[in-house]
Design a binder for this molecule. Structure first.
Ligand code: AMP
Length: 295
């Protein structure tokens, strides 16, 4: 096992691996001994949303692994890779409290050594929504997740519905490439006032945080309209838009807003049974995403 980079902190039950080869050898031995493994891939700066994934994973497997890796491949050149928040010690505490067995926190050069040249790319489902605004993002996600799957050999992997297109893309990849892994989606965990929890919320000033509330409020209003019988996407979208634009200082700028089929993510005009309303918005420089499943 690799030495913990933490000084003065002992995590009695939890193992911390940084070396890809070592964790792979470890999980191979555990699988040979008949142990079941669950993986939760993260970029760290863990909050209650992440902890919920861990808590859901805990009873489903004998070994729960959380990976913490800020994956440069999924950030665009003008995105927040350099300032992405990090708190490894706090993350270790969160993981230990949730009963996690292993943290895998590799170095960048171990995941992408010199000469690395393979990319995993999922086509159709990554084209719209975030994919249209973050070129290369989902290739970065699928490439690193495929690597994490091969390094930790999980039976199950847990992903949040917060990143809805990511979850749908991973399901597609697992299906297309026959990974023997069950993908489990976990509903969005929100703050008491409705804001979807995100590591990026830490970028928001108090006034921006207040403005960001109009995103979830808009989605909740659309859900109300759906409950009242509204099925036309354009009207549900207008409900969301009106809520966001009613915000006095208009500091939320929508990047996209779409009503889609929850499996294919193809946009729909009229909702038959189910749909997802997904959006991305800029609040100041911070890009936030949120969505809601109907019904
Ligand atoms: P991240 O560290 O942002 O890459 O997220 C790691 C995992 O946690 C992803 O599967 C996310 O969808 C999930 N996640 C992040 N925030 C939330 C949330 N508020 N509720 C549920 N899952 C979340």
């Amino acid at each position: 096992m690799a030495a913990s980079p933490l000084k003065n902190t002992v995590f009695i039950k939890m193992k911390i691996f940084t070396d890809p080869k070592q964790i792979q050898q470890y999980v191979l031995a555990q699988r040979a001994a008949g142990k079941t493994i669950a993986l939760i891939p993260t970029m760290g700066y863990l909050h209650r949303g992440h902890a919920t994934l861990m808590e859901q994973a805990r009873p489903t497997a004998e070994i729960v692994i959380v990976s913490i890796f800020v994956n440069p491949l999924q950030f665009g050149p003008r995105e927040d890779l350099d300032i992405y928040p990090r708190d490894f010690e706090g993350d270790c505490r969160t993981c230990e409290q949730a009963g996690v067995d292993i943290i895998f926190s590799p170095r960048m050069s171990d995941i992408y050594p010199a000469g690395f040249q393979t990319e995993v790319s999922v086509a159709e489902i990554t084209r719209g929504l975030c994919g249209a605004h973050r070129p290369g993002h989902f290739n970065g996600v699928t490439t690193v997740v495929a690597k994490l799957f091969n390094l930790t050999l999980p039976h199950k992997a847990f992903f949040g519905e917060k990143d809805y297109q990511q979850l749908a893309t991973i399901r597609q990849m697992v299906n297309d490439l026959n990974f023997p892994i069950e993908i489990i989606g976990v509903p969005i965990v929100r703050e008491a006032d409705g804001l979807a929890m995100s590591s990026r919320n830490t970028y928001l000033s108090p006034s921006q945080r207040k403005a960001a509330l109009s995103l979830s409020r808009g989605l909740f209003r659309a859900r109300e309209a759906f409950k009242q019988g509204e099925r036309q996407s354009s009207i549900l979208q207008q409900t969301v838009r009106n809520t966001i634009q009613a915000d006095a200082d208009r500091s939320c700028q929508l990047e996209y807003l779409a009503v889609c089929d929850p499996e294919t993510l193809v946009e729909i005009e009229q909702i038959e049974k189910v749909a997802v309303i997904a959006l991305a918005a800029r609040v100041g420089k911070t890009r936030l995403i949120d969505n809601i499943l109907l019904p």
